[in-house]
Design a protein around this ligand. Structure first.
Ligand code: ASP
Length: 505
């Protein structure tokens, strides 16, 4: 039997976990040195990042050509607004459904009640074994500082980062300790490290101005970003965070090709559909390397973290898992069955390469090429629908993240012994929705946004540190749900199109 792509991806995942987990286990037992799993995890991440970089390379050209040719292929502007309207209604209603499930789960399971705060704090400080207390403190300060910085809380960011610098560089003894245990290296290899350095100047400037950014401002920025000040600048953004601008410009460009029409229209149509075909072929080749990339990420995820960080957060994780599972296995399949009139199982099988990759990479943006190709080539949805619904969905439709934000914030408030009224929970639910719209489709973006939700709910911002230890595994799960919801959106919106939204031929 010839193995299909999703079988290979699954094999990569299982193999990664089969090597990583025992290594982790033996290191936890003290039977092998901690450096073993740490080294394997670092190599795994290297391999995974290589794959993610290949995907990231094709995202902008793929979205651009796919959207422009998708719009042009309809030949008419009529119906585009309807498509957009339905997509938005879907995004909003499924995210609200996901949050409601999360809130109900927290109220039933009550994961934060009786959660031992000192134990949680110890876990937050720990994140691994055998590291010095100084190293741990520096690490925690660094992470917390990054979160504050990326979340726009500049004063606090500097407080934490200065503490980090004091701990890790200011004192020779501390530096030596950290160096000996490889801690500083692991800090510097943290993906947030570069981002942080890159934005350090800006942060300092912002801090000087005493500017604080709230939820409203974040959303306003998102709306503002929809209109690129320079579309080429958005396309050239190496972090792929300006996708909204690319989407908006491509839509307009496609629309105006139709308006111009005639010979020019025909030429443009040929040009962009040709470029799209080329990009799709390139995508298909890169996707073939997914099993290796996924293998690397699974090594990283399974070998990288000691099991005992999970213990004090067990109920919290269970609540997030249960909520995500309910949404992915009940709500969305019901929509597929009743509205899209498709077999959820068949649709799931068609989407499995994308879902497994989303799980391993924890990045909706990174997975986008696989989502696009799976929806079109394997699930038979037309390019007109998928090229609109998916890139937009990867940026603003995050059911899994919305659910996670709500559960995490309510968990924290329970752990702090705050009894929230129904009204306060509604406020948290609403801000969680907005935060999920504002979060980028990259790893840990949801956690960064949570700083803002906590702020809006008047909860201590430092609390993010408590749940950071288990964030990767939760991120993997919520990203799969995000991509699953985007895919379901394609099937649902396509069914409501007059043509049925099937891919031709
Ligand atoms: N990693 C998620 C995504 O890419 C976002 C999040 O952190 O919740 O969809």
């Amino acid at each position: 039997m010839r193995l299909k792509l999703h079988h290979w991806i699954l094999l990569g995942m299982v193999l990664g976990a089969a090597i990583g987990l025992p290594l982790r286990f033996f290191a936890d037992q003290g039977r092998i040195d901690e450096s073993w799993p740490a080294t394997v995890a670092a190599y795994g991440k290297g391999v995974g990042d290589l794959f993610l970089r290949l995907l990231s390379m094709i995202i902008v050209p793929l979205i651009l050509t796919s959207l422009i040719s998708g719009v042009i292929s309809t030949g008419q502007l009529k119906g585009l607004g309807r498509l957009g309207g339905r997509t938005m209604v879907y995004y909003l209603s499924t995210s609200i459904a996901a949050i409601t499930i999360g809130v109900v789960m927290v109220n039933i399971i009550k994961p934060g009640q009786g959660a031992d705060l000192t134990l949680l704090q110890a876990t937050a400080q720990k994140e691994g074994h055998g590291r010095s207390v100084v190293g741990e403190a520096a690490r925690t300060s660094f992470h917390t500082g990054c979160l504050y910085a990326l979340g726009g809380h500049t004063d606090k960011a500097f407080e934490e980062l200065e503490r980090y610098l004091r701990l890790s560089e200011g004192r020779e003894e501390a530096v030596e300790k950290i160096r000996q245990e490889g801690d500083l290296e692991s800090l510097q290899s943290d993906p947030r490290y570069d981002a942080l350095l890159a934005s350090a100047d800006q942060i300092r400037k912002d801090a000087d101005e005493g500017k604080k950014q709230g939820l409203g401002e974040t959303l306003w920025k998102q709306l503002f970003n929809l209109i690129p000040s320079n579309p080429f600048g958005s396309m050239a953004d190496s972090t792929n965070r300006s996708i909204l601008g690319v989407i908006f410009f491509s839509l307009l460009f496609g629309a105006f090709v139709i308006v111009v029409g005639g010979e020019t229209g025909a030429l443009m149509s040929k040009l962009f559909s040709g470029a799209f075909d080329v990009m799709m072929r390139m995508t298909m080749l890169i996707i073939k390397t997914a099993p290796v990339g996924v293998f690397g990420f699974m090594l990283y995820a399974s070998a990288g973290k000691g099991f005992d960080v999970f213990r004090p957060l067990g109920w919290y994780m269970l609540t997030v898992f249960a909520g995500l599972a309910f949404h992915a296995l009940v709500t969305l399949p019901l929509l597929l069955l009743l509205v899209a009139r498709r077999s959820p199982w068949e649709f799931y099988k068609a989407m499995s390469p994308a879902l497994l990759t989303a799980f391993s990479t924890a990045s909706s943006n990174g997975t986008l090429p696989l989502t696009l190709s799976s929806v079109e080539e394997r699930a038979g949805v037309s390019n007109r629908v998928s090229s609109f619904v998916l890139p937009l969905g990867a940026t603003i439709n995050m059911d899994g993240t919305a659910l996670y934000e709500a559960v995490a914030v309510l968990f924290i408030s329970q752990a702090y012994g705050m009894d929230l009224s129904f009204g306060q929970q509604v406020v948290i639910a609403f801000t969680a929705l907005l935060a999920s719209i504002g979060a980028a489709g990259i790893p840990h973006a949801g956690t960064v946004m949570m700083v803002i939700v906590l702020g809006a709910a008047n909860l201590p911002l430092d609390a993010v540190g408590l749940i950071l230890a288990v964030d990767r595994i939760l991120d993997m799960c919520r990203t799969s749900v995000n991509v699953w919801s985007d895919s379901t959106a394609c099937a649902v919106v396509a069914r409501l199109e007059p043509s049925g939204g099937e891919a031709p031929g």
